[in-house]
Design a protein around this ligand. Structure first.
Ligand code: DI6
Ligand code: FE
Length: 401
């Protein structure tokens, strides 16, 4: 396939005059599942001129978007809780009445694999409709060995059910279930580690994540889990500094983490450690918005330190019921003051890096032909609109859908 008359944002600063790598009147030659050539139409090599042509009519073409942080597999919802909170109930009251994250755990434990898949697919379809071609999916609402395995099997099945690449993340260290109340280390030893071993043996794990927070796990609790993940050859990442500064980002960086995510309470020392380790900072403005957080992640300092910033939805039933990557980009700009250019790098190049993927995230020869065609003529439009997703077509692995 040959795309012509595209306004191409390669996201490779070398190919254009700005961070978008913008090329007007561009062509992209696709051979099989890969990009064979991309550049100005005037420079198109003769070898690609015979390919079946698709005229983009000046439309914007970008890399397919990548959601590098979701909890898209879960049962139930927390809309009633949302309503109760708006009527004045406190988070603690709701938790005591069996609500909060543990209500999602109860519902997820009760659901079968098929039920979880049926519940997850509409969410995945919404992400796809906002331009996603790669989606990370975490476990973390099972919190028993079997239920964590069940969630990861569902995540793998999503990738076989839809035209999207799914990267799975083991997140058994997400919360401490009631049966281990006050015993974080025992939970790590008896559930998190055994479920990681079993899931890895079944080929279900691409990365290992944890929630480092006063209400969840400390860096000391997590040390054996991260050590074992690294010994298995698995990359790690961490929910860090979302509500308080726990030194999580520096701990993650010491384990060569792919990313540290949330980061509202990130310290200067954490930034230095992330910069040195090449750890990506994943911005999750949907959770910031939902929780009505007021402390913004230290964007300017991350920028100055050269820490790559990704943007993701954090799609989950509690703190971020957000299933649109373009809305996440809009929120990253409006709430966190990222530029639209940073927001788009955040859902392409830097999101790929946050998942350890080197074959996507830019438009360049040899990379996967995952592309979005937009009813837009400038890439800033993707972040500028609120809620509306101007997706025209997606190309996944060289196939137009
Ligand atoms: N941080 C979050 O914001 C979500 N998980 C996490 O570690 C919350 C998940 C939930 O409330 O269901
Ligand atoms: Fe999360």
């Amino acid at each position: 396939m040959l795309l012509t008359h595209a306004t191409l944002a390669t996201m490779d600063p070398r190919s254009g005059t700005d961070g978008y790598g913008l090329i007007p009147e561009a062509a992209v030659a696709i051979s099989g599942a890969q990009i064979a050539w991309a550049g100005p139409m005037a420079d198109l090599p003769a070898a690609f001129r015979h390919l079946p042509e698709r005229d983009c009519g000046g439309r914007l073409v970008t890399p397919g978007l990548i959601d590098c942080h979701t909890h898209a597999v879960f049962a139930g919802h927390r809309a009633v809780e949302f309503e109760l909170r708006l009527k004045g109930a406190s988070y603690e009251e709701i938790a005591r009445a069996g609500g909060g994250i543990l209500s999602t755990v109860t519902a997820t434990r009760a659901a079968t694999e098929d039920q979880l898949l049926a519940l997850a697919l509409p969410r995945i379809d919404q992400l796809i409709a906002s331009g996603a071609t790669t989606i990370e999916v975490k476990s973390g609402y099972g919190l028993t060995v079997e239920d964590e395995l069940k969630m990861l099997r569902v995540a793998r099945r999503i990738g076989r059910s839809r035209p999207v690449t799914v990267r799975t993340t083991h997140l058994a260290a997400h919360a401490i279930p009631p049966e281990f109340k006050g015993q974080a280390r025992a939970y790590i030893d008896n559930v998190a580690l055994p479920s990681l071993r079993a899931a890895h043996a079944e080929g279900l794990v691409d990365a290992v994540d944890a929630f480092c927070e006063t209400i969840a796990f400390s860096v000391d609790d997590l040390a054996p889990l991260f050590a074992e993940a690294r010994a298995m050859g698995l990359p790690v990442k961490l929910h860090a500094e979302q509500l308080t500064d726990q030194g999580g980002a520096a701990f993650a960086a010491r384990h060569q983490a792919l990313s540290a995510d949330h980061l509202e309470y990130l310290s200067p020392a954490g930034i230095v450690a992330m910069a040195a380790a090449g750890t990506v900072a994943v911005m999750l403005p949907g959770a910031f918005y939902t929780l009505r957080e007021t402390q913004v992640p230290p964007i300017a300092a991350l920028r100055t330190a050269g820490v790559p910033m990704a943007v993701a939805t954090d799609l989950n039933p509690g703190s971020s019921p957000l299933a649109s990557l373009t809305l996440a980009m809009n929120m990253a700009c409006t709430l966190f003051r990222l530029t639209p250019e940073e927001a788009l790098s955040g859902t392409t190049t830097h999101a790929a890096r946050a998942l350890g993927l080197t074959d996507r995230g830019r438009v360049a020869p040899g990379l996967r032909a995952d592309l979005c065609l937009w009813d837009a003529d400038h890439p800033a439009e993707l972040s500028y609109r609120i809620g509306a997703t101007p997706l025209h077509h997606r190309i996944f692995g060289g196939r137009l859908d």
